[in-house]
Design a protein around this ligand. Sequence first.
Ligand SMILES: *Cc1c(COP(=O)(O)O)cnc(C)c1O
Length: 389
Amino acid sequence: MTWDAELTRRLAHRHADNLFRRRITLTGAQGPRIVTDEGSYLSFCSNDYLGLANDRRVIRALQEAADQYGVGAGAAHLVTGHQRIHESLEQALAEFVGAPRALLFSTGYMANLGIANALLGRGDLVIEDRLNHASLIDAGLLCRAELRRYTHADVGAARRLLAASTAERKLILTDAVFSMDGDLAPVPELVAMAVDHDARVVLDDAHGLGVLGAGGRGSLEHHALTAAPPVILMGTLGKALGTFGAFVAGDEALIETLIQEARTYIYTTAPPPAVAAATCEALRIVREEPWRRERLRDLVRRFRRGAAELGLPVADSDTPIQPIIIGEPQRALAVGRGLQKAGVLVTAIRPPTVPLHTSRLRVTFSAAHSEQDVDQLLDALSGVMNDNH
Ligand SMILES: *Cc1c(COP(=O)(O)O)cnc(C)c1O
């Protein structure tokens, strides 16, 4: 078969299985109301949990820094791409999460790959929750260590994998808040287990940072833990912080090792300094405006109450990620299309992003939503779910 025929055949299969993915093209800023090339919608599918992606103050910080630093960093951090503002952001992030040091990465995906790549090699062991984000799975696959996966949140299974291994170095990788389910990993148990087995545990707090804990310090604050061994914290800046990028926080030796050895840190252009300046401002807002987290919690409570009254199959989650599990991709797409007709946008998430037979509408909330927005979503869901039994 020629390349072209083979690719065409694969695409046709995707279509037939209702697994073909399409991009929605936005023509304006991220927010509760978005404009796409098909219309304008009340949207419940961003990770902009605190409503900072389009905040005037964050925008101004970016503009002013662009005037000062230009746009591109122009080089990798270890060449001439490392700016004072990157350094300031690293210090602010370390202080925020209570770690000795933090290191910026261009994306969360790259941070996860970089951690595993720098710390592990052949003969080592990685264990992962089955529902981990793709970037953690890829981190495990690419680092050349043995990769074993345990049943979602099954601490006993994880412990057996560690106990059975004779590997010298053992690393546990987990989402701290599961990105497609919204539930929390059994973090205290995993940390205790890591101590027992002289392992380290990477907590990917993409969906906890800024959202969980009274101060928004994320999953560690929620569980009353710190970013000290055995914990390695990975946080992303493109979600609750509303900007772009990621960081790893931990002890001095860890961070210095990442600078020396993480290939996704070394061999890539440093993030634009103006984005770092915008993130500094976003972090200030995360600290100083706890009402955003309170609003978010109130909206989630309101949604869960309404969804329970309607008998909607909402997953067991207290975070702003509130998936409605539908089952087969075809039906998830139909429900998504029905909502879109009602002016509400919630994207259908299908395999392989989620396991087979668990296609879902991943509803997410933002502090920028209003109570009326939540009610409009519930009204739309009530109509559309009835039509799509
Ligand atoms: C979004 C996400 C990432 C990737 O972060 P980016 O900065 O978008 O690359 C990593 N882990 C989890 C759990 C995520 O949800």
